[in-house]
Ligand binder design. Structure first.
Ligand code: ZN
Length: 276
């Protein structure tokens, strides 16, 4: 039989179960969030290909608009791009290579293949991702008509903001999302990350767009340790603000996960050696 050129896809090398922190309550009404199920998918980040399980919750209060929403943990939402199997960090890096380092699409593709063997990506994919990033950045602050249409069924928006740093010391890609739909509302590479720049470059243009679109912001979720948390509370005065507990916990867990992996590898190596 002729040998096929088809290269089978690599299996996921890690499993992660994202759960809502146990004490999280509804940002809109303060009621309890009940678990209504779990969904599964694969996610390709810069680190690895992961099989992820995502816990879904909803607000128990039947009169609250979050009662009909499928709420996914923010620690999960902060890592994805809605509708894509590639993580937000892959998007952040591709955008950075193209926009800041002026690399061509074939150069970016080659560098990803060389540096990240687990990322199965074609040149066409890289181009599509780049087009998506460009469009997202270009339309940020100018897409009132689209947003009004997109959220026409929703009584208001719950927003979250997060930053991805593709390379240490370089600009950070800030993403503003709507929590229930996962829709990205605003994307911007910021060179200066103090509250004043973030207000002028992201939050004030976003606020203006939302006003044009007649969309109300019901709540904000962000890491209050960052200057962005402070800036959000200054621009969106009086809007309920929730400290992103899951994000904080994920950041705390990161060094531990790395040590766990290294430990796992060391054990594996030793057990292979001892069985030889
Ligand atoms: Zn509620």
């Amino acid at each position: 039989m002729a040998k096929s050129n088809y290269k089978s896809k690599q299996p996921a090398t890690n499993k992660v179960h994202y759960r809502h922190p146990s004490k999280t309550s509804c940002i809109l009404c303060g009621s309890k969030l009940e678990c209504i199920g779990t969904t599964q998918r694969q996610l390709i980040s810069l680190q690895e290909k992961t099989k992820v399980a995502i816990q879904i919750r909803r607000c128990v209060n039947k009169t609250c608009s979050n009662h009909k929403a499928n709420l996914k943990p923010l620690a999960y939402q902060h890592q994805i791009v809605f509708g894509s199997s590639y993580g937000i960090d892959v998007y952040g890096l591709i955008g950075h290579m193209r926009l800041a380092k002026r690399q061509t699409i074939p150069e970016i593709h080659q560098e990803l293949r060389r540096g990240y063997a687990h990322i199965e990506i074609g040149e066409r994919h890289v181009e599509n991702i780049m087009n998506q990033i460009s469009l997202c950045i270009e339309l940020s602050g100018k897409n009132a008509v689209h947003l009004q249409e997109y959220f026409s069924d929703q009584s208001g928006l719950i927003l979250s903001i997060d930053g991805v740093e593709p390379e240490k010391g370089h600009s950070i890609l800030y993403i503003v999302r709507e929590v229930i739909s996962g829709k990205i509302l605003f994307a911007h590479y910021a060179t200066y990350t103090d509250a004043e720049h973030l207000k002028n470059e992201i939050l004030l243009p976003l606020q203006q767009t939302l006003q044009q679109a007649s969309l109300a912001v019901l709540g904000w979720i962000a890491d209050k340790e960052l200057s962005i948390g402070k800036a959000v509370q200054e621009v969106f005065k009086g809007v309920p603000f929730q400290h992103c507990q899951s994000h904080f916990l994920a950041a705390m867990k990161k060094p531990l996960t790395k040590e766990d992996t290294q430990l796992g590898k060391a054990i594996k190596k030793n057990s292979v050696k001892s069985s030889q």
